[in-house]
Design a protein around this ligand. Structure first.
Ligand code: G3H
Ligand code: ZN
Length: 326
């Protein structure tokens, strides 16, 4: 079916008490594997284009891959911009057919984040497309550790990179969490449709060692009343992920695990048949591994079966900020 909007995935998730997975779209193999797995599970899904994917594949190219795959799929798919960097990039994505957008001003001052997010929300709402914004800082593991420092984790000598961080670094991580009062003000002044919240997760973890602050999540839930997005899911232990979804988080972003699955499966396939002459065949095991990761997450999020043949979302309360001229 044609792409659906983020509104059409988030509203039923909010009402149904489940979360929708958002997986990164970097190349043909990852897009095909994610959509195939979601079709088998009858799960709605966001395919999201990250800043890395834009550099690697190109914005239009990545979008075209997702649009073509979604058109053939029987499940609802939204094409999302991940960690959008500017007003201009959001406009470029709208022109390329994106149906869900994001602006990440989390590294800016509170006022600058509000000003830019509000301006972009007004523009995306005029086109009937929702905007996710980020408040509080969800860091990358590379902000704390060098490649070299992460070595023991990559060699499997420690369970999780978080164990390699100093106490001061861990304290800083939680200090940068989303503040509930600021989140209320941010919501009111930006009119954003969903919020990426910082509650202890770190992007790019190679082991599941994050410790989410559920007390904070509950306060945010009670005060802010917006769809919440959980980023950096690769490093979140499964029991914590399930708890966050049960508490009302309705979109969960996964990237690193998808990337690692594709690499590991492909490496095994090449090692098993190093004289393969057809490069198209070397990705089959990697794609299977990606599908296994997606099956697992979709079950955890509770969205399996929510995008099957009977899927109909109905008219959504799409925020149009300006009346059309007479
Ligand atoms: O925006 C992307 C996600 O937050 C993915 O993070 O690579 O840690 O799973 P991850
Ligand atoms: Zn993220």
């Amino acid at each position: 079916m044609p792409l659906v909007t983020g509104y059409e995935l988030l509203q039923p998730a909010l009402e149904g008490g489940y979360a929708v997975g958002a997986f990164n779209a970097n190349n043909l193999e990852s897009v095909k594997a994610v959509i195939d797995a979601c079709e088998e599970k009858e799960a709605p899904v966001f395919l999201q284009v990250s800043q890395g994917a834009i550099k690697y594949a190109g914005l239009e190219e990545a979008a075209a891959l997702v649009i073509a795959a979604a058109n053939k799929a029987t499940i609802p798919v939204a094409l999302h911009l991940d960690h959008g960097t500017s007003y201009e990039q959001n406009v470029q994505c709208l022109r390329a057919g994106f149906t869900s957008l994001m602006y990440d001003g989390s590294k800016d001052s509170f006022e600058d984040n509000i000003a830019a997010s509000a301006e972009i929300a007004r523009m995306t709402h005029a086109c009937g497309i929702p905007l996710e914004c980020e408040l509080g800082l969800i860091p990358k593991i590379e902000d704390y550790l060098t490649e070299e420092q992460m070595g023991p984790c990559k060699r499997g000598e420690v369970e999780c990179v978080l164990d390699l961080m100093s106490e001061a670094e861990v304290a800083k991580l939680y200090e940068n969490s989303t503040d509930p009062d600021m989140a209320v003000e941010f919501r009111d002044r930006t009119k954003c449709d969903s919020m990426a919240v910082a509650i202890g997760a770190i992007h790019g973890m190679t082991g599941r060692g994050s410790k989410l602050n559920f007390e904070l999540l509950q306060v945010l839930m009670d005060k802010v009343n917006l769809p919440f997005v959980l980023h950096a899911a690769s490093g979140i232990p499964f029991d914590q992920m399930q708890k966050a979804c049960a508490m009302g988080v309705c979109k969960v972003n996964v990237a690193t695990r998808i990337s690692m699955a594709l690499i590991q499966g492909t490496a095994e396939r090449i090692a098993a048949k190093p004289d393969e002459k057809d490069f198209r065949k070397v990705f089959d095991k990697g794609m299977e591994r990606v599908k296994d990761v997606v099956y697992e997450y979709v079950d955890l999020f509770g969205c399996a079966g929510k995008g099957g043949a009977g899927w109909y979302c109905g008219p959504q309360n799409v925020a149009i900020t300006k009346e059309s001229p007479e």
